[in-house]
Structure formats: structure tokens, C-alpha cells
Design a binder for this molecule. Structure first.
Ligand code: SF4
Length: 317
């Protein structure tokens, strides 16, 4: 695990700062108290930074889903230009900060990443909108993991997001350190089982890309790999795919287990498969055997330790 603090962007109101239109905040305890121990937050409030002040009249998205406008609800003042100008300038600053992820405030016409209310000319809402700043950010940083604080209450989505954040940080470290074909092979090797837990076929595609490395210029190879790597991790890992990975890992030392040890491991994996126990249980047993039998190829797999254990992201059923 890398120990450098993560740089994560965040909607400023989620840190407890009173920047909402009515002067309140949306402090999120998990982000501030738990994840905050590993993160250097980069707070952004697009509406305040666009000069709209606090408190301010609430706004909403209106018009064309492809090109919505940000308009105040009562006085109908159009703040689209101010928000877009702010977004261009702030994104230039964020480019220098090597963000590994971003947590946005859900449903906000500036910060929401999906399903934001968008009103048509008759004042009828649909859930087709994306916050103006969030949209500009995602366009500029298509590989940076983004999530909304509301979705982080789901344990599976939470693990997926935080895992991607750490993976992206490692990817950035590799690229900034000067990627070579050899370091790319090493990077892929240690991430193999993690990738398999998300999308086995795309994991194979990444393996083939590495196998054909000499056919590409290095920059093109790294760009292709980085994009497919992050897209693969964005696919949700499921219990079934985790079971598949656990079986593959066990294959590396199964012959060295006694009858009772094999039966115990099979029981634990079956219970995990039936959601009677969390992933951490079979993994802990597997890590124990990996240590005992000194299976270095498995010991180095990021899959065994993708994020700090103190976050307890694999302790849910
Ligand atoms: S949702 Fe975004 S624009 Fe609204 S208060 Fe929070 S940070 Fe500011």
C-alpha cells in the first residue's frame, strides 16, 4: 500500500462548511471522520466560487439535457455563464493537484453527477440532469473515480469507489515515475486478481495488451492500459466473481493443504457465497496459508490488501 495521502476533491458542504444556498451544510461523518484520516481533501463549492454568495436564492437546471442552464427558481436569473467560467478556471487549478478521486454532493444542480432534476419549459422535472461543475470535471478527468456521498452509504459501492481511488493513485504514481514496459508488466501482475474480481474478460484483455506491448509505442500502450484498467475497476465486483477469484488463489497452494484444511476452506467460501459471512473471513484464512506456504505471487497481489484494513470495507455481508 502506498502511504502518501490521497488528494480527493469534495463538494465543500460535505465537510460541514456552511456554504449551501440557505447557509447550512451537509457534513458527512464517514467522509470527515473515517475516510478523512487517509485523505487530503480539496474542497470546492462551485456556487460560492462563482461569486453567488451565501445565503443565495436556490437554483435549478432547466432546458436542454445536453446543454442545460442554471437558473434561480423565483427570480429566473441565469447563472450558467458564471458557473461555467468558474469551472474552467478551477479545473485548471485542479489539474496541478493530482486528484485520485472526487466526492460530489448528490442532487445538486452544480455538483450532482447523475439523476439531477432538470426542468423543461413547462416546469416539469425529469431526472436527466448532471450538475454543471460535475459535468465539466468528469469531461476533463474521465479516469478519475467520482462518486456521490449518498451512494457511499451502500457498502458495495463504497468499497468499489475507495478501491478505485487507491488504484488510481498507484496508477498515477507509476505514470509519474516514468512507466516502462517492465514496470507495466509488474503493475498488471500484482493487480491481476483484483481486476478479475471486477471483470474477468477485461482482465484477460489487459493481459493480452501487456502480451502485445512491443506492438505499441510506450505512451500509446500506457494510455490504452490506464483507460481499460480504470474502466475494468469501475465494473462492480460481485460475490460470484469474488468466489471465482478465491478459487483461483487457492489453486496456488491447494495441493499442500490437508483434508481437514481443504474442507474448512471450502466451508468458509461456501458460507461467503451464501452471504452468511463477509469476504474478510475467507480472505483472512487464505492470507494465513499464503504466509505459511510463502506463496510470493499471491502475497504480492493487491487483491489481498487493496485499501487500509481499518476502513473495514470487506466486513459486510
Ligand atoms: S452542493 Fe456544491 S454548490 Fe451546493 S453547497 Fe455543496 S459544494 Fe456548494
Amino acid at each position: 500500500m502506498t502511504t502518501a495521502p490521497l488528494h480527493l476533491g469534495i463538494s465543500r458542504c460535505l465537510l460541514g462548511e456552511e456554504v449551501r444556498y440557505d447557509g447550512s451544510h451537509n457534513r458527512d461523518n464517514f467522509l470527515t471522520e473515517v475516510l478523512g484520516r487517509y485523505v487530503e481533501w480539496i474542497p470546492v463549492c462551485p456556487e460560492v466560487e462563482a461569486g453567488l454568495g451565501t445565503p443565495r436564492e436556490p437554483m435549478r437546471l432547466v432546458g436542454d439535457p445536453q446543454n442545460p442552464r442554471l437558473v434561480t427558481i423565483e427570480s429566473k436569473i441565469d447563472h450558467t455563464r458564471a458557473l461555467k467560467t468558474m469551472a474552467v478556471n478551477r479545473i485548471e487549478e485542479l489539474k496541478k493537484l493530482d486528484l485520485s478521486g472526487y466526492v460530489f454532493k448528490k442532487s445538486s444542480p452544480s455538483c450532482g453527477i447523475e439523476r439531477v432534476r432538470l426542468y423543461n419549459e413547462h416546469g416539469v422535472p425529469s431526472r436527466k440532469g448532471i450538475g454543471l461543475f460535475a459535468q465539466a470535471f468528469m469531461k476533463q478527468f474521465p479516469l478519475v473515480p467520482v462518486e456521490e456521498e449518498g451512494r457511499l452509504c451502500d457498502p458495495t459501492l463504497r468499497e468499489n469507489f475507495i478501491e478505485r481511488v487507491f488504484c488510481y493513485q498507484r496508477w498515477q504514481d507509476l505514470v509519474q515515475g516514468g512507466v516502462t514496459r517492465q514496470t507495466l508488466v509488474q503493475f498488471h501482475t500484482v493487480h491481476k486478481y483484483l481486476l478479475m474480481a471486477h471483470h474477468p474478460q477485461q482482465c484477460e484483455m489487459l493481459g493480452r495488451l501487456i502480451g502485445q506491448a512491443k506492438q505499441y509505442r510506450l505512451k500509446e500502450l500506457a494510455d490504452r492500459y490506464g483507460e481499460l484498467f480504470m474502466n475494468t475497476l469501475a465494473v462492480k465486483a460481485t460475490v460470484r466473481k469474488h468466489v471465482n477469484v478465491l478459487q483461483h488463489i487457492i489453486g496456488h497452494f491447494k495441493k499442500r493443504l490437508g483434508v481437514h484444511e481443504k474442507a474448512e476452506l471450502a466451508d468458509v467460501i461456501r458460507d461467503y457465497h451464501h452471504r452468511l459471512m463477509p469476504l474478510i473471513v475467507p480472505l483472512t484464512l487464505i492470507k494465513h496459508y499464503v504466509q505459511i506456504f510463502d506463496v510470493s505471487y499471491i502475497r504480492e497481489q493487491v487483491y489481498l490488501n487493496p485499501h487500509p484494513k481499518e476502513l473495514m470495507l470487506r466486513n459486510h455481508v
